[in-house]
Ligand binder design. Structure first.
Ligand code: PLP
Ligand code: COI
Length: 360
């Protein structure tokens, strides 16, 4: 705990009735808690002026560097309420370490992991009534983010950077709840190249995914699948989720890291599957292996995973000229992995991996 955080409680918090109504049906990313965390950085002072204040709009100079050159990174994590009322985060130091890696790639200053976790958990603490009740599979989604806040149009790393955390109660990321997704394979767009920003969690990667996602929706699909930029042959990930492929003989494959986001859910599943007796292969996985494997019945389950999406089954893969798969139900291993993960997150199963971090 190295940040000295000043706290100015909101003069206008939502009433208990308003919070209850929002938590009834929070959706994803539309409602925000009463407070936000902010800390600023300059080369002279380092990180300073850490504060929790009422949630509200920012005033930015039109020349603020992030608006022009996208020097930014963010994280996505959740706080979960357990049956006894306590509130926990899931592997928060992994998010902190990933933000540190994103900072290196984006030439942003490093916020030390203990400061990152302190900031996130201080916000959860003050807004704890916004963490949905246990047993609901709802949670409080946490969005730490860091951006170039210097007003300057020269192209160089900003000399004024702001790190903030906001929080938003969350239900299912997909409006239809948990049902198998239909994916669209884009052959026109890629999300990351060699030496690019694919492994960093930075807004630009999401901006570049939007037109492909629009194409997916126009094709009647839920999400877009990206292939590698060099050969257009290997499966990378979805716009906001990593991918898993399950073979009938028990093998599980997930695309190797390098140009994809190193998902914290992805890595948790490698450990969980290991405990279940499945050795996960992290390797290049070609689109032909996917198509042929599903068509021949060798691949029996496909699923996507991420903080927002948790573990979501994939039913069908479509591309320009064809489709494979038709699963309408969640497969048994997908169900087991999903259940084990959420049971640990909600404290219904012992946390033998040491993943949960108690906030309250
Ligand atoms: N891939 C992308 C592009 C993402 O945005 C996310 C979500 O954060 C993931 C994968 C999954 O990562 P995590 O499990 O850490 O949420
Ligand atoms: C997450 O799962 O936390 C994400 O960031 C995915 C999406 C909401 C961008």
């Amino acid at each position: 705990m190295t940040l000295d955080i000043s706290i100015t409680p909101s003069a206008n918090p939502k009433t208990e009735a308003q919070v209850a109504e929002i938590l009834e049906n929070p959706g994803f990313g539309t409602h925000f808690t009463d407070h936000m965390f902010t800390v600023e950085w300059t080369p002279e002072k380092g990180w300073h002026d850490a504060r929790i204040t009422a949630y509200g709009p920012l005033t930015l100079d039109p020349a603020t560097a992030v608006l022009h050159y996208a020097q930014e990174s963010f994280e996505g994590m959740k706080a979960y309420r357990h049956e006894d009322g306590s509130v926990w985060t899931f592997r928060p130091f992994e998010n902190a370490e990933r933000m540190k890696r994103s900072s290196h790639r984006l030439a942003l200053p490093v916020l030390e992991p203990e400061d990152f976790v302190q900031a996130v958990e201080a916000l959860v603490e003050i807004d704890q009534r916004w963490v949905p009740e246990a047993g609901s599979e709802k949670s409080l989604y946490l969005r730490p983010f860091m951006f170039a806040s210097e007003a300057f149009l020269g192209v160089r790393p900003a000399k004024h950077v702001t790190f903030m955390v906001i929080a938003s109660p969350a239900g299912s990321y997909f409006t239809g709840g948990i049902k198998p997704l239909t994916l669209w394979l884009t052959t026109e767009y890629t999300r990351a190249g060699r030496g690019g920003m694919g492994a960093a969690k930075t807004g630009g990667n999401y901006a570049s995914s939007l037109v492909a996602q629009q194409e997916a929706i126009a094709q009647g699909c839920d999400q877009v699948v990206f292939l590698d930029a060099q050969e257009g042959r290997y499966v990378e990930e979805l716009g906001g989720m990593n991918m898993y492929f399950v073979y009938g003989d028990g093998r599980i494959v997930t695309p190797e890291t390098g140009t994809i986001l190193e998902g914290i859910t992805r890595s948790a599943i490698i450990e969980l599957a290991g405990k279940m007796g499945h050795q996960v292969e992290e390797r290049k996985f070609s689109i032909d292996e996917w198509r042929d494997g599903v068509a021949s019945g060798e691949i029996t389950e496909v699923f996507a995973c991420g903080t927002a999406a948790v573990v979501t089954p994939v039913g069908t893969l479509k591309w320009d000229g064809g489709e494979v798969g038709s699963a309408t139900e969640t497969g048994p291993l997908t169900t087991e992995i999903r259940q084990s993960l959420v049971d640990i997150q909600y404290g219904r199963r012992p946390d033998e991996f040491g993943w949960m971090h108690k906030v309250i």
